[in-house]
Design a protein around this ligand. Structure first.
Ligand code: DX5
Ligand code: ZN
Length: 243
């Protein structure tokens, strides 16, 4: 699988989203949309109505990263709306159940992941920096992408956490070599200083917010990141051998 770049609009101008999407349309593979609910993470961004509007204007497929409680309730709707990838968080299983009846409160990742796929999208599973991937090994056949957060989710522009690199290597070993069915995405602090280490450790899909939309020329920033990631992948042991 070739390197893919997914610029995060979290660092874009929210009042000019269509223009910002257009600025990377020819250079990127995806448009990464961070949905935050101020419960799962201490920040609030946008939801389904904005995604629906963006779908009308953006030519890139949308990569929706749901940092929200109750993904069971919301995630399939993003897929039905037309998002090409919908990622839910493994930790949302610990979501508070305040307002829910017990039966509704049971977070059921398999059901949610299958509902995302049934609605025609790719299904992603995200884990925070402190969450191990091994407990989710049996879910690999249910997902199309595993997202390893390389910052604590919630905000753009945070420093990359290198403590995630050993987990990235383990995740790559778990899902297999370059022809693996599951894509391996990294998100948080990805830029020219860090992207090569992530590619070398096993990532093949790279989210970058501030490194792209904080740049004077977002398309050029995407091209430069892709070149770095491709170069590092070409020298990476994991990409040479299939499991
Ligand atoms: C953080 C978001 C990221 C964010 C990354 O919780 O999931 O997608 O936009 O921003 P940078 O690339 O600036 O770290
Ligand atoms: Zn994200």
């Amino acid at each position: 699988m070739a390197v893919q770049i997914s610029p995060s609009i979290l660092s874009a101008d929210f009042a000019r989203l269509a223009d910002e999407a257009a600025a990377v349309a020819a250079a990127a593979d995806w448009l990464h949309v961070d949905v935050m609910d101020n419960h799962f993470v201490p920040n609030l961004t946008l939801g389904l109505p904005v995604v629906e509007s963006l779908l009308k204007h953006a030519t890139l497929p949308l990569d929706c990263h749901l940092m929200i409680d109750e993904p069971d309730r919301w995630a399939p709707q993003y897929a039905e709306a037309g998002a090409r990838n919908v990622t839910i968080h493994a930790e949302a299983v610990h979501a508070p159940v305040r307002t829910l009846r017990a039966a509704e409160a049971a977070h059921a990742p398999v059901r949610t992941l299958r509902a995302i796929r049934a609605a025609g999208a790719r299904a992603g599973l995200a884990v925070n920096p402190g969450t191990s991937v091994e407990p989710y090994e049996d879910l690999m056949s249910e997902i199309d992408m595993l997202l390893l957060m390389t910052v604590e989710p919630g905000f753009g522009g945070q420093p990359f956490l290198d403590m995630v690199l050993p987990k990235l290597r383990r995740a790559r070993a778990l899902i297999g070599g370059r022809d693996a069915a599951v894509w391996l995405q990294v998100d948080g602090g990805i830029g020219e200083e860090t992207i090569e280490r992530c590619a070398e450790a096993g990532a093949d899909v790279f989210v970058a917010g501030s490194a792209v939309f904080g740049s004077d020329d977002p398309a050029r920033a995407v091209q430069a990141l892709r070149a770095q990631a491709e170069h590092a992948t070409a020298h990476a042991a994991w990409a040479w051998h299939n499991r």
